[in-house]
Ligand binder design. Structure first.
Ligand code: SF4
Length: 456
């Protein structure tokens, strides 16, 4: 979601004459788009602003702004704490950013805007037509379908910094996706804190209906979405993995804990049993679906027995991948006031156990793919290739491409001697020959193999 917001920020500032630069030193305007979900992410903001202070001293005309969740949370206090900061803008103020920058440029004033909107019809995109998409040529893109959250999980800061849940109208979403497709995007990820409750409050269509409508957009090849709250995962949505052709076979279904006692304290509103039943039904509908999750280690009052239940749940589900974190208090979130916090070293030890167990399952699943042929949507040259640059134009690694399977596995591959060129946005068949810790390597099939698999 922050990547999407950053794109909106750069698009919104383009009409003022700004474009992105590769280095901080070359910038006339520096914006830190921030995340408050964990304490560590928040600390990074302040160390970043510390580094920027030297630039501001050297060039007083430089404009420095902070946006996103830390800005929303701290507001005016940020300006007081960081003297070289010109602007603080919250999660609902992205659309107003160009006017604020215009004012700062002309009046050299400092500004704060952390107002929350009542409605989502303030345009999420300053402009949704083709010419306004600077990411033209990208194979994948994000589209926010809703913002905010009403769930108030006790560990989470999101409802306080992103506001109440609001869904966009399906026609606006479709229009934005069509604009992305015109600019070359072939895979969209629909974003929301809990896409499963899309449209319910506003009486719009259901999320599965929206998926069916997006499925009809010509030239779009793939659809992904994130995130799904398990309590709202409906049978309809699970069936979409069978019925919506372009929907990728991957779901991110955050469980957070395997203990019912802890799930209740987290206010998650599902039980371990209910969660496992949904996983079972998903796999019945779509047998090779990949499932990923989020897990918190060391939630207040989590006993070793609770934690063992989490490890047991992981052994039952065998996730494809996992985002695991140590619990940290977040401002306003109810759990910050809970007693019986778990000591840091114990949290760290539990986190390590989660990561080790997951590494085992990720490796097992990746190894099982060796020898298979996967349809990979090519995203572009891999970072390794880009960073090596022209000095090694003839080496294999220069031609290393990267893409993803429908099940969201990263596949890196080298252009073979096939005369068919590889282009970002194509789906091509790749024979997997190596499994690494976080990715796969393979060889693209030659012409006949490609034709046999089609490009849809
Ligand atoms: S569902 Fe819970 S964890 Fe997810 S954003 Fe909402 S409050 Fe946070």
């Amino acid at each position: 979601m922050n990547v999407y917001d950053s794109e909106r920020i750069s698009e919104g500032l383009r009409p003022l004459g700004y474009e992105t630069t590769p280095s901080l030193e070359a910038a006339d305007l520096i914006i830190a788009n921030t995340c408050a979900i964990r304490e560590k992410a928040q600390q990074k903001v302040f160390s970043f602003l510390g580094r920027v202070s030297r630039l501001k001293r050297e060039r007083p005309g430089l404009i420095v702004g902070v946006g996103g969740c830390v800005a929303q949370q701290e507001g005016e206090k940020l300006l007081e704490r960081v003297p070289h900061l010109d602007l603080v803008f919250g999660t609902h103020a992205v659309g107003r950013l160009p006017q604020m920058i215009g004012q700062i440029e002309s009046k050299r004033c400092r500004m704060v805007d952390v107002d929350m909107c009542e409605r989502i019809d303030e345009p999420l995109m300053p402009c949704e037509n083709e010419a306004c998409r600077p990411d033209s040529g990208k194979a994948t893109g994000f589209v926010t379908i809703m913002q905010g959250c009403d769930n108030y999980c006790t560990f989470c800061v999101v409802p306080y910094v992103r506001g109440r849940e609001m869904s966009r109208r399906p026609e606006d979403i479709i229009r934005e996706i069509k604009a992305l497709v015109r600019s070359g995007v072939r895979e969209v990820t629909l974003l929301g804190q809990n896409v499963n409750s899309y449209g319910k409050k506003e009486g719009l269509c259901s999320f599965s209906d929206l998926l069916h409508r997006v499925d009809e957009i010509p030239e779009l090849l793939r659809i992904r979405f994130t995130t799904s709250h398990p309590k709202d995962l409906s049978n309809d949505l699970m069936d979409a993995f069978r019925d919506v052709d372009k929907l990728c076979r991957h779901i991110h279904l955050p469980v957070q804990s395997g203990s019912d006692r802890i799930l209740r304290r987290m206010n998650r509103k599902y039980s371990q049993k209910g969660y496992l039943e949904k996983v079972e039904r998903l796999r019945a509908v779509c047998p090779d679906i990949a499932i990923s999750s989020d897990m918190i280690a060391g939630f207040p009052r989590e006993t070793r027995a609770d934690f063992k239940e989490t490890l047991d749940l992981m052994k039952t589900v065998e996730y494809d991948s996992l985002f695991a974190f140590k619990y940290s208090d977040r401002p306003n979130a109810a759990a910050a006031r809970f007693p019986d916090k778990i000591p840091e070293d114990e949290k760290l030890e539990r986190l390590q156990s989660l990561l080790e167990l997951q590494a085992h399952y990720t490796a097992k699943k990746n190894r099982a793919m060796i020898g298979s042929t996967e349809r990979v949507l090519v995203e572009g040259l891999s970072r390794k290739s880009e960073s090596i640059g022209e000095r090694h134009l003839t080496s294999d690694i220069w031609h290393q491409w990267t893409g993803r399977t429908s099940t969201n596995k990263i596949v890196n591959f080298v252009q073979g001697d096939d005369s068919n060129p590889i282009l970002a946005g194509q789906i091509i068949p790749v024979r997997i020959d190596r499994a690494l810790a976080h990715s796969l390597r393979g060889k693209p099939l030659r012409g006949e193999g490609r034709e046999a698999m089609g490009n849809g």
